[in-house]
Design a protein. Sequence first.
Length: 94
Amino acid sequence: MVRQLRDGVVNMINLFDDSEVKNSLTSRVFRQVEREILDGTLAPGSALTEMKLSQQLGVSRTPVREALFQLEQEGLVNIIPNKGAVVVGITKKD
């Protein structure tokens, strides 16, 4: 009985591996920065750096970097190598 319980707990822990945690952090960062761009908190031309965002959001730079790549794919930021990202912003047409 104890062995079955222990095996069940181990299996549950394995469900939440590092990749799931990292993905959820990336999603959280993506949603937060996207929201700030869309509501105008981050104006077009604003510089975004991994270090500053990671400190503000309390996460490591990896989920920030991945979120910035996603935001670039959405057309909300431009990534400038070795510099960071710049908010493109949106227009009323968007």
